[in-house]
Design a protein. Structure first.
Length: 104
């Protein structure tokens, strides 16, 4: 589980440091989340706090198991959200039990 969280963090970090063309797609968080919910049936799937040197921001992953779409967005302290990445064919892996510490 910890390995997956670290991998997710590294992947999101790589996406944030290399701002894609979607970065100019910014609006208030309320507007962005309403559109993700209404138009794409996406819901908040994962997220975390990014503590940058100048200000903290929140990274969120929104996804829809029904449509297979996903969105990665960054929200700053003023409540402005910017779309960092979008895509299709979202898959969600369920966590599996780590059986290495169980005595047989």
């Amino acid at each position: 589980m910890l390995k997956r969280l670290i991998a997710l963090g590294l992947g999101l970090g790589a996406m944030i440091t290399a701002l894609p063309a979607h970065a100019e797609d910014c609006a208030s968080r309320d507007l962005v989340t309403a559109r993700l919910t209404d138009e794409f049936s996406e819901q908040l799937t994962a997220g975390g706090l990014q503590d940058a040197s100048d200000a903290a921001s929140i990274v969120e992953v929104w996804a829809s198991p029904e449509t297979g779409t996903f969105t990665v967005m960054l929200t700053d302290a003023q409540g402005v959200s910017c779309i960092l990445a979008t895509g299709t064919d979202w898959i969600e892996r369920k966590a599996t039990a780590d059986l290495t510490d169980i005595a047989s």
